[in-house]
Design a protein around this ligand. Structure first.
Ligand SMILES: NC(=O)C1=CN([C@@H]2O[C@H](COP(=O)(O)OP(=O)(O)OC[C@H]3O[C@@H](n4cnc5c(N)ncnc54)[C@H](OP(=O)(O)O)[C@@H]3O)[C@@H](O)[C@H]2O)[C@@H](O)CC1
Ligand SMILES: Nc1ncnc2c1ncn2[C@@H]1O[C@H](COP(=O)(O)OP(=O)(O)O)[C@@H](O)[C@H]1O
Ligand SMILES: [K+]
Length: 514
């Protein structure tokens, strides 16, 4: 499990610890950890060329002390001072260690734009041959787009150098992962005391590279703002010796309609491979025929079409008993879809609403939606950014830029567990706790992969897993399956995959859990 804490909580814990320690102790611990990671990356330190990006705050202080340590071990270290104010003790130590300083005025003239907005050739020449960049512009104190020389300095970095970010890549918001404009793209981020949410959530996560945590002795941190389960934390139930198919849990899938049939096949397939004892499926006759042909182990029911104007609720008892419902993939957003979503939500078992089911929910009057979601059994909604945008009435771009804020708002506002899909999948419960998935891969961005996720998560719900774990574990397994499908053999390049390939790789993903 990886834990991330909000900036205010980190500052409070640091303040309490600093009060008990001699001044500067924490910064020395941070700098020692940062220097150790850099030394390891460089291999030999002697004669290597290191560039420090130094901002006005303590993040710059960490970089200067780490640079001093590397200089004392034989590296050629240059500090580019990007602000007029610099951590004074850090700078003094760096100079004493023989570090070279590129002061603010000199840096400003180096960075003055050349042709267009490209970095000047003087800047290129000055940074040429750098082996490693240490980014100490902003840490947890960074706010908004990089100002002053910071952005231009980041844009002028030599492409071939390895980049190590101190605490958080500059330009990434530590609390949310937002990137307002330019941000450092790190190969490694060395973070102190605890992870910050922005290291786990895109676009920040994509800028952080490998995240190394340095222990600086922080204790007394409250509940983490975000947790990211490791494979060892994913523990779906295993059947006991004397179990039977009903005791393992039955999942009911209601999917597909007049227009779409594939979503139902994918969702049912994943439900079958997700460890439930049985899958029941109910839909229109045409979809049922396809499911019968593809997945003969499914117990199917044809739902009669209602006559126009007939809004009596569909009889779900006719489908048989289930321990969880999945409703929505390919369902359609017409009156039939609406009746089916309402009927499942009025049941007393856990319900997962996906895809068209979410669009139906978004179209209902707020009071009706609230009453439907006010249920005793767990409810898990699995929107992508577009679907969440309709549910919250917030632009899709806004949601993608600020995933954490919006997934939390949705879970709290709707009073249910919400899994937001996308390049980072987040699962929020109404109490505010958030889980981030680390196994995702852009190969998953393929039509139908979301239907696989819904069937898989539904099967976990039917086995009695709570909604937040069902969502987080399903996302974890889904990501593992995509990686297995895209790159089945180590050392070979990954290949494009289909949702069917993800489905086929699920058993191997489960096998990695043990
Ligand atoms: N506390 C501790 O015990 C420990 C802390 N540690 C380290 O300290 C770091 C936090 O240090 P910090 O609080 O000094 O903030 P930091 O991130 O350096 O930035 C502050 C300055 O940056 C500026 N600035 C902000 N946004 C900007 C922008 N967009 N564009 C341009 N400038 C911008 C702004 O300056 P202003 O513009 O207001 O003058 C602000 O004052 C933390 O991440 C960790 O590395 C470790 O040593 C372990 C012990
Ligand atoms: N860039 C990405 N990186 C990782 N996972 C992604 C990315 N884009 C999409 N995904 C994942 O792929 C799946 C797509 O689901 P969804 O948007 O519902 O598509 P569909 O409706 O076609 O099935 C989700 O699990 C999502 O998290
Ligand atoms: K930084």
């Amino acid at each position: 499990m990886r834990y991330a804490h909000a900036v205010d909580e980190v500052r409070a814990a640091e303040a309490a610890l600093m009060a008990r320690l001699p001044e500067g102790t924490l910064m020395q611990r941070a700098a020692a950890g940062l220097a150790a990671v850099c030394a390891q990356l460089l291999g030999g330190l002697y004669g290597s060329r290191v560039l420090l990006l130094v901002g006005s705050g303590d993040n710059g202080g960490d970089a200067l002390y780490a640079g001093a340590r590397l200089a004392r071990r034989g590296a050629h270290v240059t500090a580019a001072l990007a602000a007029q104010k610099t951590h004074p003790e850090g700078l003094a130590d760096f100079r004493a260690a023989g570090g070279r300083v590129l002061d603010y005025a000199r840096l400003e003239s180096l960075l003055s734009p050349g042709e267009g907005s490209a970095p000047s050739s003087a800047a290129r020449r000055a940074f040429e041959g750098t082996d490693l960049v240490i980014d100490g512009l902003t840490g947890i104190g960074g706010r908004g787009a990089l100002r002053g020389l910071y952005g231009a300095l980041v844009r002028a970095l030599p492409e071939e150098a390895a980049v190590v970010a101190c605490d958080i890549p500059s330009g990434v918001d530590a609390d949310t992962g937002e990137v307002a404009d330019t941000a450092v793209r790190a190969d490694v981020t060395v973070t102190f005391g605890t992870l910050k949410p922005g290291l786990l959530i895109d676009p920040g996560a994509a800028h952080a590279g490998v995240v190394e945590l340095v222990d600086i002795g922080l204790t007394g941190l409250p509940e983490p703002a975000v947790i990211a389960p490791a494979t060892a934390d994913v523990r779906p139930p295993r059947p006991e010796a004397e179990t039977d198919k009903y005791r393992r849990g039955v999942v009911g899938v209601i999917a597909g309609g007049a227009r779409f049939t594939g979503a139902a096949l994918l969702s049912v397939g994943a439900a079958l491979r997700g460890g439930a004892g049985m899958v029941r499926f109910a839909s229109a006759a045409r979809v049922v025929a396809l499911v019968d042909a593809r997945w003969p182990e499914t117990v199917t029911t044809v739902l009669p079409e209602a006559a126009p104007g007939d809004d009596t609720e569909p009889d779900l008892d006719a489908v048989g008993r289930v321990q969880a419902w999945v409703v929505g993939p390919g369902l359609g957003v017409d009156a039939r879809g609406e009746r089916l979503v309402k009927a499942t939500l009025r049941s007393e078992v856990p319900v997962l609403v996906d895809a068209d089911g979410l669009t139906v929910l978004a179209g209902l009057p707020a009071g009706v939606r609230r009453a439907l979601l006010d249920r005793r059994a767990p409810t898990l909604l699995t929107p992508h950014a577009g679907e969440l945008s309709r549910l919250l009435n917030v632009g899709r771009d806004q949601i993608e830029a600020r995933r954490l804020v919006h997934v939390r708002a949705a879970a709290a506002g709707l009073g249910v567990t919400v899994l937001l899909k996308g390049s980072t999948t987040l699962v929020a419960d109404p109490g505010g706790q958030v889980r981030a998935n680390l196994t995702g891969t852009p190969w998953l961005a393929t039509a139908g992969s979301g239907d696989v996720l819904s069937g898989l998560a539904g099967a976990l719900l039917a086995q009695g897993v709570d909604a937040a774990d069902a969502g987080a574990w399903a996302a974890h397994l889904h990501g593992l399956a995509a990686r297995i499908a895209a790159a089945p053999r180590r050392g070979l390049a990954p290949a494009p995959i289909t949702a069917e390939d993800v489905l086929a790789a699920l058993p191997e993903a489960f096998a990695q859990l043990s």
